[in-house]
Design a protein around this ligand. Structure first.
Ligand code: CA2
Length: 149
């Protein structure tokens, strides 16, 4: 059976590439999915790439992903208030990488630097644009392949 790897995207990321290109770049979420798919295929892993604007849906997906090989999550706005998403992340048994396209520490709104969900992550990548997704997947899949040769 192939390794399942989840890439979960939070609210408004469906608009990626359409607004604020100086912060989030010009590539769309479909471009991010293509990038992720190419990494997953290289490792023979099964990619489940999703986006939601609904907190309950994100929580259901995290429950589904609990025993996957790994989770990449860009929680977007859920990072700042969604305690239930944090609890669902804490229930996961696999490594989790939180990705932010922009560098939260360079943003003018200082509240963006206080991600609640990051406390449940194995690691965080912030500010490397959509490359952050690729790097997060490489980390998770290298680690999983080493543990399950
Ligand atoms: O940098 C990131 O990836 C963020 O997670 C994006 C979130 C933001 O709330 C975080 O502070 C940082 C929201 C992105 C969604 O909003 C958009 C706005 C314009 C164009 C596309 C998406």
């Amino acid at each position: 059976m192939s390794s399942r790897i989840y890439v979960l995207n939070g609210p408004n990321l469906d608009l990626l590439g359409e607004r604020e290109p100086q912060i989030y770049g010009t590539q769309s979420l479909a471009d991010v999915e293509k990038l992720c798919l190419s990494v997953a295929q290289r490792y023979g892993a099964q990619l489940l790439f999703r986006q939601t604007n609904a907190e309950h849906e994100m929580i259901a997906w995290l429950h589904e992903a609990r025993r996957a090989a790994g989770i990449v999550i860009n929680p977007a706005g859920f990072a700042y208030h969604a305690v239930a998403v944090l609890d669902a992340l804490r229930a996961c048994e696999c490594p989790i990488i939180e990705v932010h396209i922009s560098n939260l520490y360079r943003r003018e709104e200082h509240w963006r630097q206080h991600s609640l969900s990051a406390a449940a992550a194995t690691g965080v990548i912030t500010g490397l644009g959509i490359e952050g997704y690729r790097l997060a997947l490489e980390y998770l899949l290298l680690r999983h392949t080493a543990a399950h040769p």
